[in-house]
Ligand binder design. Sequence first.
Ligand code: ZN
Length: 144
Amino acid sequence: MRIVLEAALRRAGHKECGGVLMGEHVGPNHFVVRRLTVHRPGAVAFFVRHLGGVVGAIKRYCQAHGNDYQRFNYLGEWHSHPLFSVQPSTQDHASMRALVTDRSVGANFVVLMVVRLNSTELEGSVHTYLPDGSVHPSFLDLEG
Ligand SMILES: [Zn+2]
């Protein structure tokens, strides 16, 4: 997973890239990522506004794992900040709050991971957004 992520970041260079995180909620503000998707650079903002487009892929993924929504759930999304801090921007906070309070999405929580390659080191931040509007610093294990 870490290798997939690093390869995507390297390919994107100075452009932002991102995608969807799927996996397991293992404890308070602690998640294990079992799968992540990579969208082409520049598609991140588009993606945030069109989450519905990937719901089919998420459903297929869950069906392939016996509809075990506890272990294989939509966790949220990730994107890169190649040129600045890995802390979520004001716009990031606003987008994720909008996502988690959107009734048509119906999420109990949404996770945002922001990453970048600092020379060869992968660095990042993880936050969990709840429908009550609160934000919590979180932990993410990248499986595999
Ligand atoms: Zn961002």
